[in-house]
Design a protein around this ligand. Structure first.
Ligand SMILES: Nc1nc2c(c(=O)[nH]1)N[C@H]1C(S)=C(S)[C@@H](COP(=O)(O)O)O[C@H]1N2
Ligand SMILES: [Mo]
Length: 414
């Protein structure tokens, strides 16, 4: 993983607990259908090294079961367009019943607030707007959290809370313009149908948003389809926002309401330390007052090595082909380089243009090792503003956001 020993996946769990879990899970070995186990047992089984599946997903690593949070190992992110089975899942609350029953009865999208006319649109009416289709990166703001020390609480994502799937729907701006955006409009806030973990209907699991400028930009979508199919239950059926280039938390799922506001939205997980960074850099472990934090907007430049995986053995004297993806919330990625000598020399990789703005970009390179032995391959993207990925974990922050350290893999050349 990024910023620490590349040959180990850090889980943030102390070793003692793992051993205990291993023993505890042996009791469930006799259960033939692991996917039918209750969630807590699935986690135990996974910790014991058994293959645990989430229905509709393949090879994901479960970090939390209630709410469901699961990331994708880097080698399973090799596709240019991430298949739905391999797209990470980040739920803050409980998947709404509608997403499983697939019923549209009683569903509409309400658009209200600083608009000339309130809208209530069903899916058929939404389909009447000009269609929009794009491959878009969604990356959780906490992707890479496991690399921070002292550790930040929350899901210990390593590299895999990112995906680039194909979304189809309409532009948010077309719908907002149909409602007529008043000059007083400053920000939008989203609401979805997922319930708070407590089950308390007065509590909201998450309600975030973004400035009206981002809402009216030509890339922000209301999507009903992912990879050519109606949105799956975990990804927001029947409608979600896709706000590319910004933290995944802005891409509201199970969407049923957009509130156009005359001030910054203050819904659940918009305030306090949620999805916020210290305004000024702080020493690791510092307590930061809410007033000294600011909302995360663009996600920084980043890349992953999707092939080969870490820990492979490679035949001496032959070239090793490496590839992966690179992306940035600040514009296209301009160049991609790899190093096989801990950053002493860099080899440029070939880098493809994105298939559309905010899609990730494929990179490829072949390297030759000078002698047998142990190597690390480091991969570094540079975006079009000239900013590159840091070698080590960047600025510590209380919630462990925005770790875009270079991905490193271990290679044994023999
Ligand atoms: N309604 C709702 N929208 C949501 C969330 C949620 O829990 N509820 N999680 C957010 C977060 S934090 C992320 S990173 C993305 C994850 O999208 P995915 O599960 O499709 O990968 O959805 C966002 N939209
Ligand atoms: Mo997230």
């Amino acid at each position: 993983m990024s910023g620490s020993n590349p040959s180990h996946q850090k889980t943030g769990r102390p070793q003692r607990r793992r051993t205990f879990l291993k023993r505890a899970a042996l009791g469930v070995l006799a259960v033939p259908f692991l996917e039918n186990l209750p969630g807590s047992l699935r986690l135990l089984a996974q910790d014991a090294g058994l293959a645990v599946t989430i229905p509709g997903k393949q090879g994901l690593r479960i970090l939390n079961d209630r709410p469901l949070n699961a990331e994708t190992p880097a080698t399973l992110l090799d596709d240019l367009v991430t298949p739905t089975e391999r797209h990470f899942v980040r739920n803050n609350g409980l998947v709404p019943e509608r997403a499983t029953t697939r019923s549209l009865a009683g569903w509409s999208l309400r658009v209200h607030g600083e608009v000339d006319r309130e809208l209530n649109l069903n899916l058929e009416q939404l389909r009447g707007f000009p269609k929009h289709k794009a491959a878009l990166v969604i990356e959780c703001g906490g992707n890479g959290r496991a690399g921070f020390f002292p550790p930040a609480t929350g899901n210990q994502w390593t590299l895999g809370a990112v995906g680039c799937s194909l979304y189809e729907g309409v532009l948010l701006r077309d719908v907002l313009n149909a409602a007529g955006v008043k000059p007083s409009a400053l920000y939008i806030g989203y609401y979805g149908e997922d319930a708070h973990l407590s089950g308390d209907p007065k509590k909201v699991a998450i309600s975030r948003g973004f400035p009206i400028g981002k809402a009216l930009d030509e890339h922000t979508m209301l999507a009903w389809s992912m990879n050519g199919e109606p949105l799956p239950a975990h990804h927001g059926f029947p409608l979600r926002l896709v706000c590319p280039g910004w933290p995944g938390s802005t891409s509201g799922k199970w969407l049923n309401r957009i509130w156009v506001r005359d001030k910054e939205h203050d819904g659940a997980k918009m305030t306090g330390s949620s999805y916020r960074m210290p305004k000024e850099p702080v020493a690791p472990g510092t307590e930061v007052a809410d007033a000294d934090m600011e909302i995360i907007e663009e996600m920084p430049v980043k890349s992953i090595i999707t092939s080969p995986g870490s820990g492979i053995e490679h035949a001496f004297g032959t070239q090793l082909a490496l590839r992966g993806h690179a992306w940035s919330g600040f514009g296209d990625v301009a160049s991609m380089d790899v190093s096989i000598d801990f950053g002493a020399h860099w080899v440029p990789a070939s880098l493809s243009a994105p298939q559309n703005r905010y899609a990730w970009q494929r990179w490829n390179v072949a390297v030759q090792f000078p002698k047998p032995g142990y190597y690390e391959v480091w991969a570094r993207a540079t975006d079009q503003t000239g900013v590159m990925q840091p070698m080590l974990v960047p600025g510590w922050n209380p919630k462990g956001y925005l770790n875009n350290a270079m991905h490193r893999i271990a290679v044994k050349v023999a």
